[in-house]
Design a protein around this ligand. Structure first.
Ligand code: ATP
Length: 502
């Protein structure tokens, strides 16, 4: 059968070919739901996290770096032991075990809540739903809950019980008191963390979308309902596409209106939603592929009073990449009750348990979104696929090549490379392989500009700069490289400005 490749398959191939994203333990046949970041992917991931850190570090924000193994009591208190479950369904024919809500949603035009067991059972009976693995129809299904936390035997006796954290958030609640004390903060203040989280997903799939080991970037702002009512830096005019929980169509609205109409609980929540919108726009996600979905009450995580997810339109449909939640005082209250520690603070002369608004971003889903939006199939203008990344995410801003393997050209190209680097331009130097292969490398990993040093460079002290998008070239004198590239990279000029008149 000649099956056409999906966009994700093509991206997966490119990512493997160029050391961007690699299946974990590939030489042993890979590990389901697991990917490694290769050399180019690691740079991309680092740049995503750096941009996030830059955008989410306001005044009074403190980053921590917590342990991934946490004791059982943490999850008794947080509710994850009891509630962090997905319903699974087993196919009677091929015995595959799958996530029930995903099987239904892929075949029936309905949004089932992860928690509504009875409704899901009804759907398996009412509709003809096929096993996605072997194709047989599901009959007499049993839906069983499965807690998706990884349980560990800790220490040589195996008696210590630990869990791999399913979200980075818990460290921030556990360390709330000591962070506050250590940095002498008063409410409101925020704690952030980026790092690994682990979920024993029933059916990991769709490239970086559903992994068992993944990366999160989370911010928890601690305050009170009164504090959260007004945010001094809220951009009330910022417009988003909002999909309400009542099943009505998505509409455009500004953040101010969503607060005034009581759809958002407070301005701090709206502020985080606005930041998420700006963050994804900077990652190169077009406005029309970005929407904010209010989660229906029955689907909301157990700890949250309101949840609004960022969804991006991927080639596989609209998919969640981030969640903004008003966690109220749930977490600190529960940890205080179970640990016996006072987690209340003095605020306006009263002792209060702080409330929390949270934004929880997936690094890997963000990287997948970046790759999807940057990816260009092989077209007539070039024989290979290429990535059009926002300049701030490109693994390198410019590649410098000597045209041939000749000493004078190599010396000159190296000089240009050093000069760019000393001017803080993120450059890479490559001399091996034909020039076509080196352009292909640059295109496939998303380097926006290439400088090629040729024999004329030695005579005239000029060289070509090639633009990834148009493949057009300009030939300025070498002293101008840094200033031209700085302008292009900062968006202060476009390539066309220089090609006019060429
Ligand atoms: P889903 O409904 O897709 O399982 P979730 O609502 O449980 O996701 P959250 O608990 O809100 O996810 O986690 C916050 C973010 O962490 C998600 O928006 C996503 O970007 C990321 N994330 C969660 N689970 C995974 C996973 N298994 N693989 C990759 N990223 C994940």
């Amino acid at each position: 059968m000649n099956k056409t490749k999906s966009t994700l398959d093509r991206i997966r191939e490119l990512a493997l070919r160029r050391g961007i994203i690699l299946p974990t333990a590939k030489i042993y046949g890979s590990l389901a739901g697991s990917y490694d970041y290769g050399p180019i992917g690691s740079i991309l991931k680092r740049k995503v996290v750096a941009l996030w850190r830059d955008m989410f570090t306001d005044e009074n924000t403190w980053e921590i770096d917590g342990n991934v193994v946490l004791p059982r009591q943490v999850f008794e208190a947080s509710g994850h032991l009891e509630h962090f479950t997905d319903l699974m369904v087993q196919c009677n024919n091929c015995k595959s075990i799958l996530r029930a809500d995903e099987v239904i949603e892929a075949q029936v035009d309905v949004n089932v809540g992860e928690t509504r067991k009875e409704r899901m059972k009804e759907l398996f009976t009412e509709k003809t739903i096929n096993c996605p693995v072997c194709g047989s129809v599901f009959e007499d299904v049993e839906l069983r809950p499965f807690n998706i936390m990884f349980n560990l035997d800790v220490g040589p006796t195996g008696k210590g019980e630990g869990f791999l954290r399913p979200e980075t958030a818990q460290n921030m609640f556990l360390n709330f008191r000591y962070t506050k004390m250590g940095v002498k903060e008063n409410l409101p203040f925020a704690i952030t963390q980026t790092g690994k989280a682990f979920r024993n997903e029933i059916s990991p799939r769709q490239f970086l979308y559903r992994l068992r080991e993944f990366n999160q970037m989370e911010v928890e702002i601690f305050g009170t309902p009164e504090i959260f009512a007004n945010h001094p830096a809220l951009d009330r005019d910022l417009e988003i596409t909002f999909l309400p929980k009542n099943g009505e169509k998505a509409f455009r609205s500004n953040l101010g209106t969503l607060v005034t109409e009581g759809i958002f609980p407070n301005e701090y929540f709206a502020y985080l939603v606005g930041k998420a919108a700006t963050f994804y726009r900077r990652l190169g996600i077009p406005k029309e592929d970005l929407r904010f979905k209010e989660i229906p009450d029955e689907d909301r995580p157990f700890y949250s009073a309101i949840n609004v997810d960022v969804e991006i339109h991927f080639s596989i449909g609209w998919k969640e990449v981030e969640g903004t939640a008003y966690r109220t005082d749930w977490d600190l209250k529960r940890h205080s009750e179970v640990s016996g520690e006072d987690l209340d603070v003095l605020y306006n002369g009263k002792r209060v348990i702080p409330h929390v608004v949270e934004a929880s971003f997936g690094v890997d889903r963000s990287v997948m979104a970046i790759l999807e939006k940057a990816f260009h199939k092989k077209e007539e203008d070039r024989k290979w696929k290429w990535l059009e990344l926002p300049p701030c995410l490109s693994p390198f801003s410019v590649a410098v090549f000597p045209l041939f393997d000749r000493e004078e050209l190599i010396t000159k190209a190296r000089e240009i490379f050093e000069d760019l680097t000393s001017n803080d331009i993120d450059a890479i130097y490559k001399e091996k392989g034909s020039i076509g292969k080196r352009y292909r490398f640059a295109d496939e990993v998303g380097i926006p500009y290439c400088i090629t040093v040729d024999p004329t460079t030695l005579e005239e002290n000029s060289a070509t700069i090639r633009d990834i998008k148009t493949k057009r070239q300009i030939r300025p004198s070498c002293e101008k490289f840094s200033s031209i590239l700085s302008k292009l990279l900062k968006g202060k000029a476009i390539f066309k400005d220089y090609t006019e008149g060429e």
